[in-house]
Design a protein around this ligand. Structure first.
Ligand SMILES: Cc1cc2nc3c(=O)[nH]c(=O)nc-3n(C[C@H](O)[C@H](O)[C@H](O)COP(=O)(O)OP(=O)(O)OC[C@H]3O[C@@H](n4cnc5c(N)ncnc54)[C@H](O)[C@@H]3O)c2cc1C
Length: 311
């Protein structure tokens, strides 16, 4: 079985950034990556200083090249099981039967976006059905935009999307908006269409309208949808990581968890992390992990020294 200083599970922005910092710190690092970064369906990535507009796959490919250039190993696969072996570290079982042993583990497995069950919505995801105005708002600025209701937070979300267009409609089920919601929406000229959405209408590979169950068709060029974020954190809960009231793994400084030797970074614990944030969290966790390893190395060296082992 291969043994490493650090096993990084997940090779998106968070995991690759961590592996770069750790391999430059002369740590023996393996990244196991299933190869499905969350933004893969998008044609371009925005808001990453110096990388604005780069296709997501190019960032991953550059990150892999940089990390492997310093000696990191990148393995394609999925970690199916993680076992905490106490002070000696962790063992991971991959779906192809490989086993990996590591002193420390960083989990950067991201999250899954669960969309409302409306016909056609999923097929338009990352094209003209969007979730993040900071990622894609500029590209659809001044167009006929819509926001799909997905709970009371949708009103505040619509007010944010309003920043990118003067022609915005909030699609909300009947009897959901409060008088305060209505007055705020009217005050900023956000239209409201009440009722149930039937499907999205597409012509020539472009969203053209939102069809309502009652037969109305509201012309729209793009629709913002707040998805439900589902963290990919089964490996973490299986080894005993504590969750907060919203069901997210509780973290301390630089991504520590309540399980000694186990760190997290990126969307797996922080749904708001953009690519640049995830990369930053990965870097901070990597530095904390190396510091922890140095602490272990010092303790081991002192113990060996006191027993008279050669240095
Ligand atoms: C459509 C869309 C467009 C976006 N556009 C932008 C944008 O323009 N700008 C921006 O800043 N942000 C954007 N984002 C957000 C961006 O995707 C996230 O900020 C970023 O992906 C978070 O990085 P991460 O490393 O935490 O997770 P991810 O990039 O999702 O990487 C997680 C990795 O872990 C792997 N993995 C999961 N489970 C396992 C396992 N058990 N074993 C091994 N590997 C595993 C996955 O295959 C994946 O490769 C967008 C999101 C979406 C959905």
């Amino acid at each position: 079985m291969n043994t490493y200083d650090v096993l990084v599970i997940g090779g998106g922005a968070a995991g690759l950034s961590a592996s770069l910092v750790l391999s430059r710190a002369r740590r023996n690092v393996v990244v196991v990556d299933a190869g499905t970064p969350r933004n893969a369906p998008a044609a371009n990535m925005h808001g990453f200083l110096s990388r604005d507009g780069m296709p997501p796959a190019e960032l991953v490919s550059a990150g892999r090249e940089e990390a492997t250039g310093y000696g990191a190993t990148i393995t394609a696969g999925t970690v199916a099981q993680l076992v905490h072996c106490g002070p000696s570290g962790f063992q991971a079982l991959l779906d192809d039967g490989q086993r990996v042993k590591a002193r420390k583990v960083l989990v950067t497995t991201g999250l899954r976006d669960e969309l409302p069950d409306i016909p056609g919505l999923a097929q338009r995801w990352a094209k003209d059905v969007l979730h993040c105005p900071y990622c894609h708002g500029w590209e659809v600025r001044d167009q006929q935009l819509g926001v799909l209701w997905n709970g009371p937070e949708s009103v505040r979300y619509a007010q944010i999307v309003r920043q990118w267009t003067h022609d915005l409609v909030l699609f909300a089920p009947d009897n959901t908006l409060t008088p305060a919601d209505r007055s705020q929406l009217v005050a900023r000229a956000v239209g409201v269409v009440e009722g149930d959405v039937d499907c999205v209408v597409v012509h020539d590979d472009q969203l053209t309208a939102i069809a309502m169950v009652d037969g109305r068709r509201i012309p729209r060029q793009a629709l913002f949808v707040p998805p439900r974020f589902i963290p990919n954190h089964a490996l973490l809960t299986d080894v005993g990581c504590d969750l907060d009231e919203q069901g997210w793994v509780i973290t301390g400084p630089n991504g520590t968890t309540n399980v000694p030797g186990l760190w997290v970074a990126g969307n797996v614990t922080n749904a708001r992390a953009q690519v640049i944030t995830a990369a930053g969290e990965g870097s901070a966790a990597a530095i904390a992990i190396n510091t922890d390893l140095v602490g272990d190395d010092v303790r081991t060296a002192v113990s060996h020294f006191n027993q008279g082992f050669p240095v």
